[in-house]
Design a binder for this molecule. Structure first.
Ligand code: HDE
Length: 707
């Protein structure tokens, strides 16, 4: 039955003429006009061509129930644009999070480098930093066990310098030609399209077990470095050896280190699994929140500086990206600080479109022949063309230099900046502005004049052949707790590998690293007969001293600053304890989030109201660094009947977090785990002063000694 047409200005979901939505008065307007809304004046909606839009709710139609008119340019433009919103995600490091900030030089490094940003004490250079995971797609969880990218763009006065690093100082492979294989093996298996954002599958460990050069990295990725608590609490590394060159043309080798001001911190694996379910954006949320709160994340840039003589006598090849130079051998000299003090205005425009390229260096910095770096110098520029669609990605504000720049390059997709004047070539005989920019041999970038000669062949240097010694050194430099986490991680990952031969092959490599580790992992996997050690191109050196700098736990910053306490509260709780906790945390520079049975909040002992940040099942203890349970007697018995409240405490216990509780909550805490009230790191909070002691205790971050 045909329906009767209604008056067009009364369509159920839309507005055609002047109408009212709530208290907002919406009227038709012309371009440039503004309208009075409840929230103030807003501009008129227009098309991309600037034509004012009268109706954004209804397609232009012939009759109320008739066909759409092709001439509806607004509809077509809107849908056309939407259809093209996506650009290819990064092949690797697709999931990222970034912020703006600055780099500040401590003291002039003139004698080391002519790089503009290091010339004057206190000099500030704008920076943009993008952190990422490697294997997962854009929408994957933040807590995947994975290497984190740590890419820094420094907008210097002499061009953009990108230090495209990771949070681990070594890499899997020694030659860039192996990169596609490594990444194919790590990402989803191509027939089934899973697993997402995990290395715990056959293909990855098949590749690793057939690639002995990856063993040092394998140890690092099975350590807690790959499950950081926050992007703010992790180190960054340039990985390769680079050169710094001063104004006299003298070169030194350098390795770049970013050291977090608040120290390193990781979560434990069981926590990571739960956080991924609870809050897949845990790392982004943490960084966004810290910056919005004015608690700006900060790192120190440190340099390991060494010369040719050191390179000659060092046990390993300084061009081999699977090796570190222990800090005990070449100390890290702090040269400046990186502060992130501004979140992006728009995620896509900045975080997604930022294009890091290892080839982006400036006068005073130079490459070495690290074969991985040489290959990367091709790949990054190439990948931007695919991702951003044309050669003019440097015109996007986040990628454009902040210093004057003049090229003779022109045209192409989306050209925003073309050379001005008549001359778009060189040499030319036009004078002045007409003639365009000219080279400057003094100011311009000069490659360090390395002497190079050799046979043209596909080669791997002999000096790269020791694949196990530094893996062993890394393992032996860890505390007992960290060694156990490494064994547990190998066990977890290899338990997901279905092919027994791959599990055994990995154990055969571990035998070359440390017999104890191999035995533990083999035992955990119930491998019946221990395999032979893998054939090694070089025997493992047992004389390398432990490097304490490689341990996270040995380098704790002994502060609870920047961390978060989850406080589970109920009606009737002692207001003095709540206030005491807030003050103690504030004094330490830490935060408190209140978790309650209802997000509406609780009524405190004095009748005042405390708003909650989370409802109990939305704020589990895994998202906090330490927890307290502040309950009244009645509140505690109510919590006892709530499974998420019990998990809140029992997870915190298992994850070795410090736990504080008001006396009324004692039975609740005991039911969740410890059979006596004196379990280590579990503290009763009777009066406000106890909360201050609790926060001081939390500086140790975890109570590892708890049974
Ligand atoms: Fe990358 N890498 N990579 N990589 N990489 C990319 O470039 C590549 C390597 C790193 O936040 C891609 O713009 C090759 C080491 C970071 O946007 C691509 C090789 C290190 C990021 C690429 C390596 C890194 C990337 C993909 C082996 C640490 C993210 C998207 C020789 C020192 C940057 C893109 C961002 C991204 C290639 C190895 C760090 C495909 C060929 C070693 C932090 O070009």
């Amino acid at each position: 039955m045909a329906k009767k047409a209604k008056a067009p200005n009364n369509t159920p979901n839309g507005t055609r003429k002047n109408s009212k939505i709530g208290d907002q008065k919406i009227s038709r307007g012309h371009g440039g006009e503004t309208h009075q809304l409840a929230g103030g004046e807003v501009p008129t909606l227009t098309t991309k061509q600037g034509t004012p839009v009268a109706d954004d709710q209804n397609t232009l139609r012939i009759g109320e129930r008739g066909p759409a008119a092709l001439e509806d340019f607004h509809f077509r433009e809107k849908l056309f644009h939407f259809d093209h919103e996506r650009i290819p995600e990064r092949v690797v490091h697709a999931r990222g999070f970034a912020a703006h900030g600055f780099f500040e030089t401590y003291d002039s490094l003139k004698s080391l480098t002519r790089a503009d940003l290091f010339q004057t004490k206190g000099q500030r250079t704008p920076a943009f930093v993008r952190f990422s995971t490697v294997a997962g797609s854009k929408g994957s969880g933040d807590l995947a066990r994975d290497v984190r990218g740590f890419a820094v763009k420094l907008y210097t006065q002499e061009g953009n310098w990108d230090i495209v690093g990771n949070n681990i100082p070594v890499f899997f492979i020694q030659d860039a030609i192996k990169f596609p294989d490594l990444i194919h093996a790590a990402k989803e298996e191509p027939d089934r399209g899973f697993p997402q954002a995990q290395t715990a599958h056959d293909n990855f460990w098949d590749f690793i077990s057939l690639t002995p050069e990856s063993m040092n990295m394998a140890l690092w990725i099975m350590s807690d470095r790959t499950i950081p608590r926050s992007l703010r609490f992790m180190e960054g590394f340039g990985v390769h050896s680079f050169r710094m060159v001063n104004a006299r043309g003298e070169s030194s080798y350098v390795k770049f280190h970013w050291k977090p001001k608040l120290g390193m911190q990781s979560v434990v694996w069981n926590e990571a699994l739960k956080i991924n379910g609870m809050d897949p954006d845990f790392h982004r949320r943490d960084m966004w929140g810290a910056i919005e709160a004015g608690d700006y994340p900060e790192w120190e840039l440190g340099l390991q500086i060494f010369d040719e003589a050191f390179a000659e006598q060092f046990e390993f090849d300084i061009l081999d990206p699977t090796k570190i130079i222990p800090e005990e051998q070449v100390p890290v000299t702090p040269v400046g600080r990186l502060v992130l003090d501004r979140n992006v205005d728009n995620f896509f425009a900045e975080t997604e479109q930022v294009a890091f390229c290892t080839q982006n260096i400036v006068p005073g910095i130079d490459f070495t022949n690290d074969p991985l770096l040489q290959g990367r110098n091709f790949s990054y520029l190439d990948t931007q063309l695919k991702r951003l669609g044309g050669p003019n990605f440097t015109h996007i504000p986040v990628n454009a230099p902040k210093c004057p720049f003049h090229t003779l390059q022109q045209d192409g997709h989306m050209a925003m900046e073309n050379p001005r004047g008549r001359a778009n070539y060189e040499p030319n005989s036009w004078g002045g502005a007409e003639g365009g920019p000219r080279e400057d041999p003094k100011k311009g970038f000069q490659s360090w004049p390395a002497e190079e000669a050799g046979t043209k062949a596909r080669l791997r240097p002999e000096s790269f052949a020791d694949h196990y010694s530094q893996a062993r050194q890394f393992y032996l430099s860890q505390t007992d707790v960290e060694q156990q986490h490494i064994a547990d991680a190998f066990t977890f990952e290899l338990s997901k590998v279905e092919t027994l031969a791959i599990r055994e092959r990995m154990v055969s490599h571990l035998l070359n690293v440390d017999a104890g580790l191999a035995k533990t992992v083999a035992g955990n996997l119930r491998i019946k007969r221990m395999p032979r050690p893998a054939d090694a191109a070089r025997p493992t050196r047992e004389d390398l001293p432990a490097s304490p700098a490689l341990s996270i736990l040995l380098n704790s910053a002994n502060t609870f600053k920047g961390r978060k306490i989850g406080a589970l509260v109920t009606d009737g709780v002692d207001v003095a304890l709540v206030e005491g906790l807030k003050k103690a945390a504030e004094k330490e520079g830490a935060m408190v989030a209140f978790v309650a049975p209802s997000v509406g909040g609780v009524e405190l002992s004095d009748g005042s109201w405390l708003e909650a940040d989370e409802k109990i099942d939305g704020g589990p203890s895994v998202v906090f660094d330490a927890v307290v349970v502040l309950a009244s007697k009645k509140g505690a018995s109510e919590l006892a009947g709530m499974p998420p409240a019990r998990d809140f405490i029992s997870d915190a216990l298992v994850h070795k977090k410090f736990i504080g509780y008001s006396p009324e909550a004692q039975a609740l805490v005991q039911r969740a785990g410890p059979d006596d009230e004196h379990a280590e790191g579990v503290l009763v909070l009777k009066k406000p002063a106890d909360t201050a002691r609790f926060v001081q205790t939390c500086r140790a971050l975890r109570c590892w000694q708890r049974a």
